[in-house]
Design a protein around this ligand. Structure first.
Ligand code: F6R
Length: 234
């Protein structure tokens, strides 16, 4: 596991964008794994800038997002599909048909989750996964637990995740209690992973990764088992 500590969020975001843009230039039909949340916003801004300046072309790129709230369709302003439209998809030339966000309103969420994994497999797997990390060490919505499904699945959100995410809703009661998330195995099968973390609220989770002990009490610690992972921190 490599670790790079940056002076500030702007420099970290630029470095993350450089890694993504470089990977897209190296493989135009790259398969990306992508996060939502506050942390990657700066990276998406930088990628949008790169695209506007003709430095990167997403026309053949394919993406698979980490997760989506159950019960929110893509038109809902708090849905992760909507987030991706605002921060990346709507600002670059990625083909919408090549973008995949778990379907939070599928009739059968479990079946849709299985189909999501099958699609990743069909596309040859994820080449580069960008991750964020929750204060409790979650990645995607894989919350601390004694056990969890390996692949994409429906999950009950932890109270602290609901509380952390309520900042984006008018009222905490509006935060969905369930979500669909890629599983740790889905994520770990990516060829390369970068994880972005910014600010003191994440320090405890990062310290658990630094301890070198793997525990599902802090799901991000499993990333130690990946052979090409870099933590970008500030
Ligand atoms: C987002 C996701 C989450 C976030 C994490 C950190 O798609 O899967 O695991 O990466 O909750 O969120 P922020 O960046 O808002 O602190």
């Amino acid at each position: 596991m490599k670790k790079i500590v940056f002076d500030n969020y702007k420099v970290m975001s630029r470095a993350a964008a450089d890694i993504v843009a470089q990977a897209v230039r190296a493989k135009s039909d790259i398969v990306l794994g992508l996060p939502t949340g506050s942390t990657p916003v700066g990276m998406y801004d930088e990628l949008a800038k790169d695209y506007a300046e003709g430095k990167v072309d997403f026309s053949k790129a394919v993406s698979f997002n980490l997760d989506e709230y159950a019960g929110l369709d893509g038109a809902h302003p708090q849905s992760y599909r909507y987030f991706m439209e605002q921060h990346l998809f709507g600002r670059v030339n990625i083909a919408r048909g090549n973008t995949h966000v778990p379907d939070g309103v599928a009739k059968d969420l479990d079946k849709a989750a299985k189909e999501f994994d099958a699609k990743i497999f069909q596309k040859g797997g994820i080449d580069l996964f960008v991750l964020g990390i929750g204060q409790n060490g979650h990645i995607g919505f894989n919350e601390p637990a004694a056990s969890m499904p390996a692949y994409t699945h429906v999950v009950e959100l932890a109270e602290d995740t609901i509380a952390a995410n309520s900042r984006l809703f008018d009222d905490i009661s509006e935060v969905p209690k369930r979500a669909v998330t890629q599983g740790l195995a889905t994520i770990m099968q990516a060829k390369k992973i970068i994880l972005l973390s910014s600010g003191p609220a994440k320090r405890e989770a990062i310290a658990k990764i630094d301890s070198g002990i793997i525990t599902l009490d802090c799901p991000a610690t499993v990333l130690h088992m990946h052979r090409d992972i870099t933590l970008l921190l500030c």
